[in-house]
Design a protein around this ligand. Structure first.
Ligand code: SF4
Ligand code: SF4
Ligand code: SF4
Length: 229
C-alpha cells in the first residue's frame, strides 16, 4: 500500500519486456479498469485506484504494451465476465453478452459509431441495474478503455484498422516485391499454401483470399520482405 504503480511496474516487476512501450495497466482483475501513463505515479490504495477509474479487486495487475489492442483486451475481459455471470438478473446476464457481441463486431470490422453509442448505453445500464458487484463492475473494462483509448476504437470503426495489428479481420500480410529475394522459404512454410512465385525469378505473392493470417511467413523470411499491417 502506498507504492506507486510506476515502482510496481519498473522497479519490482522489472519493467516492460523487450524494450516495448508501456500502454496500460489493468488492476483489480477482469472487472478492474485500465490505467495509463498519466496514472503511473498513483500510490496503490483502495480509494486512489477507484478515484482513477479502476479498483483493488483481486489485487492483481496486468501490464499491457504497444503490441496489445485495447479493444481486443476489453473483449477478452468481457468474455471472462460472461462466463462468470450466474444469470440471476437480466441486466448482467444479457448486458454482458450483448457488450461482448458489440465488441466482436468492432474487432471484426463490422462496428459503426452507433455501436459505440450502444456500448456506452449498455455499460451504464449493466452497471446501474445489476444485482451484485459482478454485474455492477462488469462494464469497467469497456468504460476505461473507451475513456483512455477511444482513438483505438475509432481506428477499428472508421479506418477499419487495428493499430496494434492484433485483430485478424483487420490485419493483412503482404510481400514487398522490391525486397523479396525470391527464395521461396515463405511459400514452403505457409500452412495453407497461399503464397506463390517462381524461385529465383518472380517475387512471391500472398493470395489474400486464402491467407489465415497466422504470421508463419513473416517469421520465416530472413530478408524482412513481409509486411504486417
Ligand atoms: S449481477 Fe450478480 S446476480 Fe446478477 S447475473 Fe450477474 S452475477 Fe448473477
Ligand atoms: S521468404 Fe521472403 S525473400 Fe523469400 S520468397 Fe518469401 S518474401 Fe521473398
Ligand atoms: S500469414 Fe500464414 S496463411 Fe497468410 S500467407 Fe503467411 S503463412 Fe500463409
Amino acid at each position: 500500500m502506498g507504492t506507486t504503480l510506476r515502482t510496481l511496474i519498473y522497479d519490482i516487476g522489472g519493467g516492460v519486456p523487450n524494450g516495448k512501450k508501456f500502454k496500460a495497466i489493468q488492476t483489480g482483475g477482469p472487472s478492474g479498469g485500465c490505467l495509463t501513463e498519466k496514472d503511473l505515479d498513483t500510490p496503490i490504495d483502495y480509494d486512489t485506484l477507484v478515484a482513477r477509474g479502476s479498483m483493488m479487486g483481486s489485487g492483481g495487475a496486468i501490464v499491457m504494451d504497444e503490441d496489445n489492442c485495447m479493444v481486443d483486451v476489453a473483449k477478452f475481459y468481457m468474455d471472462f465476465i460472461c462466463d462468470e455471470s450466474c444469470g440471476k438478473c437480466s441486466p448482467c446476464r444479457i448486458g454482458t453478452k450483448r457488450i461482448y457481441e458489440l465488441l466482436t463486431e468492432i474487432v471484426e470490422g463490422r462496428g459503426t459509431l452507433e455501436t459505440l453509442e450502444e456500448l456506452k448505453d449498455l455499460a451504464k445500464i449493466t452497471k446501474n441495474n445489476s444485482l451484485c458487484a459482478l454485474g455492477q463492475t462488469a462494464a469497467n473494462p469497456i468504460s476505461s478503455t473507451m475513456a483512455n483509448f477511444y482513438d483505438e476504437y475509432l481506428a477499428h470503426i472508421q479506418d477499419k484498422k487495428c493499430p496494434a495489428h492484433v485483430c485478424k479481420s483487420l490485419s493483412k500480410y503482404y510481400i514487398d516485391p522490391e525486397k523479396c529475394k525470391k527464395c521461396s522459404a515463405c511459400a514452403r512454410a505457409c500452412p495453407v499454401n497461399c503464397i506463390s512465385g517462381v524461385p529465383g525469378k518472380e517475387p512471391y505473392v500472398i493470395d489474400q483470399s486464402k491467407c489465415i493470417k497466422c504470421g508463419t511467413c513473416m517469421g520465416t523470411c530472413k530478408f524482412g520482405s513481409i509486411i504486417h499491417e
